[in-house]
Design a protein around this ligand. Structure first.
Ligand SMILES: C[S@@+](CC[C@H](N)C(=O)[O-])C[C@H]1O[C@@H](n2cnc3c(N)ncnc32)[C@H](O)[C@@H]1O
Length: 208
């Protein structure tokens, strides 16, 4: 594994943490769309992987769910923890080695996390999400299929994104999810179509 990745990510988000909530303001509507994907009034247990400053975690909690947010970056979590909110807990943890039992959660969500890690790490994170929850929600950039749109989109996002984004943009997210035994059952788009939201269920590896 690229060991510099941990150092890079902590440094990168250490720099952005104080501005992150402001930068991510345009995503406010997306947070609600993500919570709308879950159609339940039960007090579900939700894990927010790569929670950052916790915006998605708080959106889940406002719907009455019990939420746990994990992240590598102390600075991002410090911002998250400033906002006291019942039913949300934040823990510093590596998403490749989650400190939870199998199937502990009803849903595991990762929003804007997969594009901030090397491809090898994405595999470990998805394995862990599969282990701790039968259902997952993946929220990330929608990479358009049309070449011109893709070029415009990727060129724009590369101006401010981490060094792992361009690799993410080359990959097929659905194929990656299938490789990890997930089947997309609901799909939505946000910020016009800049963001894609996929709700996936775990298949057994026999494909049944
Ligand atoms: C772009 S931020 C997304 C934050 C938040 N989920 C959101 O939607 O605004 C990506 C986050 O992923 C975290 N991250 C990257 N790799 C991680 C890992 N292996 N384990 C836990 N967090 C990780 C970073 O520290 C950062 O806070």
């Amino acid at each position: 594994m690229d060991e510099n990745y941990y150092q890079y990510i902590r440094g990168w988000f250490g720099k952005w943490a104080s501005f992150y909530n402001f930068i991510a303001l345009p995503l406010t509507g997306v947070r609600n769309k993500v919570t709308d994907m879950i159609d339940s009034r039960d007090k579900l247990k939700i894990l927010d992987v790569c929670t950052g400053t916790g915006a998605q975690a708080f959106a889940f909690a406002k719907r009455g769910y019990e939420v746990m947010g994990i992240d590598l970056s102390e600075e991002m979590l410090r911002v998250a923890k400033k906002k006291k909110y019942e039913d949300v807990r934040f823990v510093m943890a590596d998403a490749t080695k989650m400190p939870f039992e199998n199937d502990y959660f009803d849903f595991a969500c990762i929003s804007f996390g997969l594009h901030d890690m090397p491809h090898e790490v994405r595999h470990h994170v998805l394995d862990e999400m599969r282990r701790v929850s039968e259902k997952i929600i993946v929220v990330d950039y929608h990479i358009p299929k049309n070449r011109l749109h893709r070029w415009l989109h990727v060129s724009f996002a590369s101006l401010y994104e981490s060094k792992y984004y361009q690799d993410f943009a080359k990959r097929d997210l659905e194929e990656l999810l299938r490789e990890h035994g997930f089947r997309a059952v609901k799909e939505a788009y946000g910020l016009v179509d800049f963001v894609r939201i996929l709700l996936c269920e775990r298949k057994s590896f026999e494909g049944k």
